[in-house]
Design a protein around this ligand. Structure first.
Ligand code: THU
Length: 144
C-alpha cells in the first residue's frame, strides 16, 4: 500500500531525529533511519562507527536489527537521511550490505525506501528497484 504524505513526513522527521544520535568520530558522516512496520510502529537507527572500522554498523541495519530483535518481521518502509556533520545536502542511499539485509525481511516489490533531503525533497524507490535480481530466503527454499 502506498504511503500517505503524513506517514512520509513522520518518517522523515523520525530519521532526522535518529541521525542526531549517530556515533561518527571517524567519518563525521551522520546517517539516520526510520523503519516502519506493517503495524505502524517506527524503529529508529543511526550509524555506529568503530576504531577498527569494519565493525561499523549502518543506520539502516541498526534499525532492522533493533526491530527484528524485538520480534518484528513485517516491514512497509524505511526512510534514510544523511550528511557530513549531520547537514543534509544530498540523498543517502543504502549500501549494498543494507540492501541485502532488507531483502531478507521485505517483499522487494512492496517495500518502500524513502531517501530524503528535507521534508519537501525526497525520492521513493522499491527495494526491487535498488536491488534487482537479489538473492533471498526463497533461493534456499525458505518462506519468510
Ligand atoms: N552509512 C550508513 O549508515 N548508511 C548507508 O547507507 C551508507 C553509509 C555510514 C557508515 C559510516 O559510518 C558512514 O556512513 C560513512 O560511510
Amino acid at each position: 500500500m502506498l504511503l500517505e504524505r503524513q506517514e512520509i513526513l513522520k518518517l522523515i522527521r523520525s530519521a532526522v531525529e535518529a541521525m542526531g544520535k549517530a556515533y561518527v568520530p571517524y567519518s563525521h558522516f551522520c546517517v539516520g533511519a526510520a523503519l516502519l512496520t506493517c503495524e505502524g510502529k517506527i524503529y529508529q537507527g543511526c550509524n555506529i562507527e568503530n576504531a577498527a572500522y569494519t565493525p561499523t554498523n549502518c543506520a539502516e541495519r541498526t534499525a532492522f536489527f533493533k526491530a527484528v530483535s524485538e520480534g518484528e518481521k513485517n516491514f512497509r518502509a524505511i526512510c534514510i537521511v544523511g550528511g557530513m556533520e549531520g547537514v543534509l545536502t544530498g540523498y543517502t542511499a543504502p549500501c549494498g550490505v543494507c540492501r541485502q539485509v532488507m531483502r531478507e525481511f521485505c517483499v522487494p516489490e512492496e517495500f518502500q525506501i524513502i531517501l530524503a533531503k528535507s521534508e519537501e525533497e525526497y525520492k521513493i524507490y522499491t527495494l526491487a528497484q535498488l536491488l534487482p535480481e537479489g538473492f533471498g530466503p526463497e533461493n534456499l527454499g525458505k518462506q519468510v
